[in-house]
Design a protein around this ligand. Structure first.
Ligand SMILES: Cc1cc2nc3c(=O)[nH]c(=O)nc-3n(C[C@H](O)[C@H](O)[C@H](O)COP(=O)(O)O)c2cc1C
Length: 368
C-alpha cells in the first residue's frame, strides 16, 4: 500500500493542490483506494461522551467538506472523522488558487473560505453513509459554520444544529477559520457566551426528550493567554461538552520561504504543532481536565499524537499529515502510539491523557 502511494504521490503533487484533493476524493469514493488491515486494539479504544472511539486518531475537518467519503475515511483506520465545515446554503468560497503547499516544510496554507454544497447535499451524502449495509466502525462528527454573507451568525449555526442534532455523533461549532471575515470575533468573551447559550438552548430544543449530542467548540491557535482564560471560563459556564484545539494559524514563522509565507490564509502542518500543543496544555489546566479536548495541529506520527494526549488531549486529528504521509497515516500512527504506550507501561490510552500535568518522569500509568 505504501508502495502504491509512493508511486501516486509525485503525480498528485504535480497537480494543483485542490485538483489533487478532488482526485483523492474520487479515488476514495470509487473504492479503489487500497486500505490497510484494521488495527483492533483494546488499548486504543475509549468511551468519551458515551461514544466508542476505536482509536484516538481522527480525520480533521475540511478534508471531507460535503460528507462524501465518511466510510472510506474510516476504512483507512481513522477512529473518527469530522465532516464539514458545512454551511446552510451552498457557497463557492474564495477565488482559486486558495491552497498552497510547501513540500520542504510539509506545510499548507489555505484560504478556502468554506466552499461547500450546503446542508441539503451534505445531508443526502450523510444519509447514504448511515444506510450502508456494514459501515466501518468509528465516530462521525459534523463541523458547522456560517455562510459568508450571513449577518446574524447564530441563525446559521441554529439552522444547522436543528438539522443535525439527531444525526451527528457530535457537533463542532467552528468559530476559528481565518478565512471567513469576522468569524474569529465570535471567540470574544461576551459574544461567545451569548452565542453558546443560544446554541445550547436550540440543541436541547431540537432533540426533545432525547439526550443531545456533545457540542464542541473549535478555537484558533492565535489566542492570547488572557483570551484563553476568558474562553475557558465561558466554556465551563455555558456547559459545552468539549474543545477542538486548534484550527490553522495566521502566524508565519520566518523560516518558511517568503513566496510561500506571503500567501494570506491559515497555515497548517509542523509549524503549528508546538503552538497547538501549548494551547491544549493551557486549556486542560484552565478547565481542570473537565472538558475532553481534541488536539489538532501538525500531528503526523504517533509520537506527535502522544505528545498532545499527554498535554491534555483525549483524541487527536490531522489533515496536513495525511497529505504528506499518505493514506496509511492513521494505521501507522496507531502502531506508533501503541509503541509509546508500551514504553510507558500503559494499558489504555486514556491513562496518558494529561499525564504531563501529573508528573514529568514518563511513568504515566503510575501517575494516572
Ligand atoms: C485545505 C484545508 C482546509 C481546511 N478546512 C477546514 C474547515 O472547513 N473547517 C475546519 O474547522 N477546519 C478546516 N481546516 C483546518 C484543519 O481541520 C486543522 O484544524 C488544521 O489544518 C490543523 O491540523 P493539521 O496541521 O493536521 O492540518 C482545513 C485545513 C486545511 C489544510
Amino acid at each position: 500500500m505504501l508502495g502504491l502511494y509512493k508511486l501516486a504521490r509525485p503525480v498528485l503533487f504535480k497537480l494543483e493542490p485542490e485538483k489533487a484533493h478532488r482526485m483523492t476524493l474520487k479515488i476514495m469514493k470509487s473504492g479503489l483506494m487500497p486500505v490497510p488491515p484494521r488495527i483492533k486494539a483494546s488499548e486504543l479504544e475509549q468511551q468519551i461522551w458515551g461514544l466508542t472511539f476505536p482509536n484516538p486518531v481522527g480525520l480533521a475537518a475540511g478534508f471531507d467538506k460535503n460528507a462524501e467519503v465518511i466510510g472510506p475515511a474510516l476504512s483507512l483506520g481513522f477512529g473518527f472523522t469530522e465532516v464539514g465545515t458545512v454551511t446552510p446554503r451552498p457557497q463557492a468560497g474564495n477565488p482559486p488558487p486558495r491552497v498552497f503547499r510547501d513540500v520542504k516544510s510539509q506545510s499548507i496554507i489555505n484560504r478556502m473560505g468554506f466552499p461547500n454544497e450546503g446542508l441539503r447535499v451534505f445531508e443526502e451524502n450523510f444519509e447514504r453513509f448511515k444506510h450502508e449495509e456494514v459501515p466501518p466502525p468509528g465516530v462521525v462528527g459534523i463541523n458547522i459554520g456560517m455562510n459568508k454573507d450571513q449577518k446574524d451568525p447564530a441563525a446559521d449555526y441554529i439552522t444547522l444544529i436543528k438539522h443535525f442534532a439527531k444525526k451527528a455523533d457530535y457537533l463542532t461549532v467552528n468559530i476559528s477559520s481565518p478565512n471567513t471575515p469576522g468569524l474569529r470575533n465570535l471567540q470574544d468573551e461576551d459574544t461567545l457566551r451569548a452565542l453558546l447559550k443560544q446554541l445550547i438552548a436550540s440543541l436541547n430544543n431540537a432533540v426533545g426528550e432525547y439526550p443531545p449530542p456533545p457540542l464542541l467548540v473549535k478555537l484558533a491557535p492565535d489566542l492570547t493567554e488572557e483570551q484563553q482564560e476568558q474562553i475557558a471560563g465561558v466554556l465551563l459556564e455555558t456547559g459545552v461538552s468539549g474543545i477542538v484545539l486548534t484550527n490553522t494559524t495566521v502566524a508565519r514563522p520566518e523560516s518558511l520561504p517568503q513566496a510561500f509565507r506571503s500567501h494570506p490564509g491559515g497555515l497548517s502542518g509542523p509549524h503549528l504543532r508546538k503552538a497547538s500543543t501549548q494551547i491544549i496544555r493551557n486549556f486542560y489546566r484552565l478547565t481542570k481536565g473537565k472538558l475532553p479536548i481534541i488536539g489538532v495541529g501538525g500531528v503526523s506520527n504517533g509520537r506527535h499524537a502522544y505528545e498532545k494526549i499527554r498535554a491534555g488531549a483525549s483524541l487527536v486529528q490531522l489533515y496536513t499529515g495525511l497529505v504528506y504521509r499518505g493514506p496509511e497515516v492513521a494505521h501507522l500512527m496507531c502502531q506508533e502510539l501503541m509503541a509509546c504506550m508500551r514504553k510507558d507501561g500503559l494499558s489504555n490510552i486514556s491513562r496518558a491523557i494529561g499525564a504531563d500535568h501529573r508528573n514529568n518522569n514518563g511513568g504515566a500509568e503510575s501517575a494516572a
